[in-house]
Design a binder for this molecule. Sequence first.
Ligand code: FES
Ligand SMILES: [Fe+2]
Length: 328
Amino acid sequence: METLPFAWYTDPDVLQIEQQRIFRRSWQYAGHAGELPDAGSRFPCRAGDVPVVVVRDGDGEVRAFLNVCRHRGSVLVADEGQSATIQCPYHAWTYGLDGSLRAAPRAEEGIDLEGLGLRPVQVAAWGRFLFVNPDLEAPPLEGLPDLELDAENLRFHARVPWTLEANWKIAVENYLECYHCPVAHKDFTRRVETDPATYRLEGHDGIWSQYSRARQGEARTQFHLFWPATKVNVYPGPANLSIGPLYPDGPERCSGFLDYFFGEDVSGEDIADLFELDNQVGREDRALVEAVQRGVRSGLLEHGHLMPASEELVAGFQQKVAVALRHA
Ligand code: FES
Ligand SMILES: [Fe+2]
């Protein structure tokens, strides 16, 4: 089976269409409910290249808006915080927590505040995890996996940002197969079963899951990709979960973050141990995906080839990308 055309991993026009048809239309992880403790709490996030602000309003409801001022388009909220209104840092247009425009300096010059409220964005919760979708017509958030663990009782530990010099699809595709694990993640493979007999791949439309277990003990692992670009990971060992989005930052770069959660009783030592393995896998993956980017950029091969079973999830993902790009 052929991969997507290699040109799709470097072409700015392809990225622009992906932003329009994929990232502006789909549900993406924004943050977690713990970031919105009180009325007026807010945090900025993104859906692809769309800046979004998520707030808790006066009634305790979670709302999301395009994080862009209706005056001349400045991004409004740069940092997590709390206050009764959302005020633009540029000319101080001031919005309520319901998004309505409440005040603008010198409004008497002749500007009608009515009708200049913030553009809403869809927001939905999967348990404590908040997702946003800029498309107001999009169907509700659904299709997320059953994690078979009590995510509500995990404690937020840290947000870890990352960047890669690679097209976003190369990062996702690398995430969707463990064909490379025995070759490139030796320590991981020493701890987690990665041979095809025990490493289970499960693809549905828009959710691709990998399940395995630790070589020692019963601990299970799960890695899920929720279309287009939200990762959910459970590593072997004590109660843990990490979740985060991926953003295309250009045809040949992407970034994102992972929010890490651990069980209340997980020791600092166990947490350090998990980060050590995770960081090592991350370093190994960085070298792999950045090397793929340099390879596909060469322009002399039109496409690559996928392994029918081991890269089944990659094929499912690529098919969904192809459908999104070919049909408006
Ligand atoms: S751009 Fe926001 S007040 Fe001017
Ligand atoms: Fe990897």
